[in-house]
Design a protein around this ligand. Sequence first.
Ligand code: FES
Length: 108
Amino acid sequence: MPKPKKHVLVCVQGRPAGHPRGSCQDKACGPVWQAFSDEFAARKLWESGLQLTNTGCLGPCQAGPSVLVYPEGLMYVGVTPADVSAIIDEHLLGDRPVERLLAPAELW
Ligand code: FES
């Protein structure tokens, strides 16, 4: 597999109820993952050199759902399914990060 142009990591981590860190599963990361998967499939984004992976905890659990994009190493937090098209169109395809969703410096 060639090195991807951009790699999107979507946190799908869950934790037991009452865990002090909570998790992205508590904050409805499932529909976010599904929205990315659907968009990648519908638009054949793998053919554009983009890679999509679901993953465990990325760090800023309290602000999830969390989505990390490399090679920039930019973290999006509080992502909803409605935000997925903007991340794809503006950042992945347009090289303009979606500023309104970027994690604040104290988180990432
Ligand atoms: S559980 Fe998703 S960032 Fe920690």
